[in-house]
Unconditional design. Structure first.
Ligand SMILES: Cc1cc2nc3c(=O)[nH]c(=O)nc-3n(C[C@H](O)[C@H](O)[C@H](O)COP(=O)(O)OP(=O)(O)OC[C@H]3O[C@@H](n4cnc5c(N)ncnc54)[C@H](O)[C@@H]3O)c2cc1C
Length: 379
């Protein structure tokens, strides 16, 4: 957090950028999803179309395939996409930040333009069967040899690994050092001998999650990101960006639903029970708090502040807003429960995962207690 006064204004060119993007969207509507086309394959087509218009990687320097603008410009595009309920830019922003901050010049120059263009699809190999919240407890091990490593272990919950070509992999490289100094990060091509990707079907029918089995997989020294032991700070940078509320476009999507609820509360007064009206009121308050908070975060970014532990506050506010919103919407619009694309029920089910992915709500509270409020650890 900063003591410098924050500038809550938008950069002068932001309105023009939004206008240009709306005009582009009018000429390039969301493509139709083909029957049986897996969602990630469809989203990749959308990603490539957005990239062809110059709308991906706005905040990435030009020499790495971006537009050399600011995070606020990219946030504005995500916001516009959310406001018309179009899928967001695939969540590569936090992986791009990891490469920008920790990658070598060669890795940045080679990998970032392909990542931004959707030519390489990445997944994130952090969690393991025994190491989710306690990421430091990971056991996947990369054994050092002359010029390369051999990696053994298992990853779990790796989203869309079956549709990805590359994995940002964390593995321990030294068993004698404490966990936070002994984890390293690697670029793992998923077609490497020894890699097995096994999709898992979730209760809602999605096959988002995968298990990743690594049996003596060879990874070259040049595929390590940063120095040995840099894996922990890289992971913390990645999740700090992953947890922030700004880049997803979710806030403007929530805004649409909040507006519908607000209108229903007005139009159906006397018909909706008082308890439900209070719930709608709480949704509106949650949303307004989130918007005010996001505004602050935007101003901080504008002032050059990078994402840090305060992203945990964003994640908690986003989770609370999203879960309450869909829970309430199910009650107010029961006729839409099973609509197109899973309807409100599909959105409701996925909202339940918000308190788990990117670190659970309990873990966000631990981070706020320890790293922001500096409270003493119990016992
Ligand atoms: C939709 C989705 C997508 C995901 N995608 C990926 C991905 O692409 N790559 C990846 O690496 N991972 C991914 N994950 C995994 C996610 O990061 C983990 O599920 C999460 O970190 C929790 O770990 P866990 O499931 O092992 O639960 P556990 O760590 O076993 O936690 C179980 C319960 O115990 C609580 N708990 C644990 N420790 C503490 C503590 N110290 N204090 C208080 N409470 C505690 C937790 O809050 C939770 O309620 C994804 C998860 C979801 C839901």
């Amino acid at each position: 957090m900063t003591d410098t006064p924050l500038d809550f204004g938008d950069p002068a060119d932001l309105d023009q950028l939004r206008g240009r993007f709306r005009a582009w969207l009018a000429d390039h509507p969301l493509p139709q999803r083909q029957p049986d086309e897996p969602v990630p394959v469809f989203l990749r087509r959308w990603h490539r179309l957005l990239h062809s218009g110059g709308w991906v990687g706005l905040d990435v320097p030009r020499q790495y395939g971006g537009q050399g603008l600011t995070a606020l410009h990219q946030v504005a595009i995500s916001d516009e996409l959310g406001a018309c309920r179009a899928p967001g830019i695939p969540r590569i922003g936090y992986l791009a930040h990891a490469l920008l901050e920790f990658g070598s010049e060669e890795q940045r120059g080679r990998l970032l333009p392909r990542m931004l263009a959707g030519e390489d699809v990445w997944c994130q190999g952090f969690s393991e069967p025994g190491a989710g919240s306690d990421l430091a407890g990971m056991t996947t091990f990369a054994e050092r040899h002359e010029g390369h490593y051999t990696v053994r272990g298992q990853k779990l919950w790796t989203s869309y690994a079956q549709y990805s070509g590359l994995c940002l992999l964390l593995a321990r490289t030294d068993r004698s050092l404490p966990p936070h100094k002994s984890i390293s990060a690697f670029i793992l091509p998923l077609d490497r001998p020894g890699v097995t990707v096994r999709p898992l079907r979730a209760a809602n029918g999605d096959d988002e999650f995968c298990e990743l089995f690594l049996d003596d997989v060879r990874i070259e020294d040049a595929e390590r990101i940063g120095a040995e032991g840099d894996g922990w700070p890289l992971a913390m940078t990645t999740v700090s960006y992953e947890r922030n509320a700004l880049d997803t476009g979710h806030i403007s999507t929530y805004g649409l639903l909040v507006e519908r609820l607000r209108r229903s509360a007005h139009d159906r007064r006397g018909e909706l029970p008082d308890g439900l009206l209070s719930e709608i009121g709480r949704c509106v308050v949650d949303y307004e708090v989130l918007v005010a908070h996001a505004r602050r975060r935007t101003a901080e970014r504008r002032g050059g502040q990078v994402a840090g532990p305060e992203s945990s506050v964003d994640k908690l506010l986003m989770t609370r807003t999203e879960q309450r919103l869909y829970e309430t919407a199910l009650k107010v619009f029961p006729e839409e429960v099973f609509g197109e694309g899973g309807g409100l029920f599909g959105d409701y089910l996925y909202s339940r995962a918000a308190s788990v992915y990117g670190g659970t709500s309990q873990i966000q509270r631990n981070i706020i207690a320890k790293r922001i409020l500096r409270l003493p650890s119990g016992g």
